[in-house]
Design a protein around this ligand. Structure first.
Ligand SMILES: NC(=O)c1ccc[n+]([C@@H]2O[C@H](COP(=O)([O-])OP(=O)(O)OC[C@H]3O[C@@H](n4cnc5c(N)ncnc54)[C@H](O)[C@@H]3O)[C@@H](O)[C@H]2O)c1
Ligand SMILES: O=P(O)(O)OC[C@@H](O)[C@@H](O)[C@H](O)[C@H](O)CO
Length: 537
């Protein structure tokens, strides 16, 4: 059985294979969405398909909505053409339960999948129509943290952004300029209200998205492409809101072991692939069961009743507290520490790392001892219960195929949030930095990782990162076994506020990180030695 609309007619066959099917009329949903779309999502990758699209499917199944989501990608044409296009926009969603059972479901809530680039004329025309529709309530994003950045490490605009600002809305190519161009189209078609919702793992994600979009709009105004009133409209949150959100569901890349399970159940053509833009995709997605989505309830044109699908809607302050709890303390910093040390120590699975005493000590200290004291209880989720679930159940889940190499992707874009926010809190609360051991160790581990040599002394492939070349150039010349080659080479990285959110060389942490790094490059085995020596309690 292959995932396709035609094959869905064989309901008995799918049910025999243990696959839950959509309980709504897919063609009626497509027609209604075509006429009056409500939701466009940018960044149609794995978390979107495993989580966000499933939320809308729950509403469709329950008769609480009759519309689907238009999936858009500004970045990855292959994902749209090969994965969505190749499988009628359907996704086989696999939930990997901690008790070895799996749940399988066909998700059909994506009505259309389009390439969001002005050069792709038919697709772009569809998006323009959607943006002009009074029915459109929200656009949302999971485009990775780097998708929002307009500037490069030296503070100057990226080349593509510089050109887009010069060339105006019709020739936009960067995610932020394309979305601003589409918003301009909505402005020109009646200044209709809209919610613009980031669902990426960045602190203050709504603010980050708003500030990039406003920066583009202002530059276009200065360059004569848009009127000042467009910037005013975009700045008025009663018209265009940028709700903040916290999203959580560990969604590994599609894994060969899950592919095998599906094939054993008689489902064909499910092989994962890496697109030319580096997205790891398959007609199926695999994820854990646990999931949390907390969204600021600010939707000027209304919204789907997603609370009926388990989404928490609340105020900005509560979202901020849950997001800080998850991204800066209870989950993502632990993930990043496991990512870089996992790669260095030769692991390919997070669940295996959770059997390593030194790594468990590292993340427990990082989360419980160093992070939790500066976290405010958001009220709707308990930080202690949350981190307990992460450390005791989610990370060790014996059926999750998550890899440190996935999580190590784009680390330069994440360390400022995942570690920098805790550092800022320590400084703001005048807390002693002596307490911070695992946190500087995690940063030292990242710098050690960037050398591209594992703890056994072998060359190690590094995951994609927009700053990889620049960072490696800064570290070039540092050799394992020769700490004297380090010199002052860490300083430009540690002092860069674009990376860490502040200059770490201005506090004692800069020196501590450098000290750990020097220990870790003493020779093969030094990473393990440093962990053992440093994490004594
Ligand atoms: N996977 C998870 O466990 C998880 C959980 C919570 C939150 N998230 C958030 O979602 C993001 C995406 O995760 P995913 O698992 O879907 O990743 P993915 O690699 O499967 O998909 C990434 C998507 O972002 C797009 N993209 C990548 N770089 C871009 C750029 N520079 N500009 C515009 N679009 C770009 C890709 O085309 C793709 O559609 C993460 O970075 C994170 O912020 C992920
Ligand atoms: O998705 P990223 O790249 O921000 O970070 C990698 C992982 O830490 C992340 O995807 C987690 O799995 C996720 O945040 C869990 O909710």
């Amino acid at each position: 059985m292959r995932v396709s609309l035609e094959n869905l007619k064989d309901r008995a066959g799918w049910e025999k294979a243990g696959v839950r099917l959509p309980a709504f009329d897919i063609s009626a949903m497509k027609q209604k969405t075509e006429e009056a779309p409500m939701w466009v999502h940018f960044g149609a990758g794995n978390i979107f398909r495993a989580f966000i699209a499933v939320l809308q499917q729950r509403l469709l199944d329950a008769g609480l909505s009759d519309r689907g989501i238009i999936a858009a990608d500004t970045f990855d044409v292959d994902n749209i053409r090969m994965i969505y296009g190749g499988y009628d926009n359907l996704t086989l969603s696999v939930t990997l339960n901690a008790d070895a059972t799996i749940d399988k479901e066909i998700v059909a809530s994506v009505s259309e999948a389009v390439v969001a680039q002005p050069g792709e004329q038919a697709d772009y025309a569809r998006l323009l129509r959607a943006f002009a529709a009074p029915s459109l309530q929200m656009i949302s994003f999971t485009i990775t943290e780097k998708g929002y950045a307009l500037r490069q490490i030296d503070g100057n605009y990226q080349k593509v952004v510089e050109e887009d600002l010069k060339n105006g809305p019709e020739k936009a190519r960067h995610a932020m300029t394309i979305v601003t161009a589409l918003l301009y189209h909505r402005y020109q078609n009646g200044k209709l209200p809209l919610a613009v919702v980031s669902m990426d793992n960045c602190s203050h994600n709504g603010e980050k998205l708003q500030s990039s979009i406003l920066e583009v709009a202002k530059a276009w105004q200065v360059n004569g492409f848009v009127p000042k009133d467009f910037v005013k409209w975009l700045s008025d949150e009663s018209q265009v809101s940028f709700p903040w959100s916290m999203i959580d569901k560990i969604t590994p890349r599609p894994a060969p072991e899950v592919q095998r399970m599906l094939e054993e159940a008689g489902i064909e053509a499910v092989a994962p692939l890496e697109t030319s833009r580096g997205t790891f995709v398959a007609p199926f997605v695999n994820a854990e069961k646990a999931q949390y989505l907390v969204v600021e309830d600010k939707f000027p044109n209304g919204r789907p009743p997603l609370e009926k699908a388990g989404v928490y809607f609340t105020d900005r302050e509560t979202v901020n507290k849950t997001e800080r709890m998850k991204v800066t303390t209870c989950l993502n910093p632990l993930h990043t520490a496991l990512a870089v040390y996992g790669c260095l120590l030769g692991y390919t699975l997070i669940r295996e790392e959770m059997k390593d005493e030194d790594l468990v000590k590292l993340i427990r200290r990082l989360g419980y001892q160093e992070g939790l004291p500066v976290v405010t209880d958001p009220g709707i989720l308990s930080p202690k219960a949350f981190i307990d679930e992460v450390v005791e159940e989610r990370l060790p889940n014996p059926f999750m195929p998550d890899a440190p190499q996935r999580i190590a992707t784009d680390t330069s874009q994440k360390v400022g949030i995942r570690f920098g926010e805790t550092i800022k809190s320590y400084l703001a609360e005048n807390r002693s930095m002596d307490q911070l051991v695992a946190l500087p160790l995690a940063i030292a581990g990242w710098l050690r990782y960037l050398l591209g040599v594992d703890d056994a002394g072998n060359a190690m492939p590094l995951s994609g990162d927009p700053l990889l070349e620049e960072l490696r150039a800064m570290l070039s010349g540092i050799e394992l076994g020769k700490p004297e080659t380090c010199g002052d080479k860490l300083k430009p990285i540690l002092s860069n506020p674009m990376i860490f959110g502040s200059d770490l060389t201005r506090c004692e942490l800069g020196e501590r990180i450098t000290g750990y790094f020097l220990e870790e490059i003493q020779g093969p085995g030094a990473v393990r030695e440093t962990l053992k020596k440093t994490l004594t309690d």
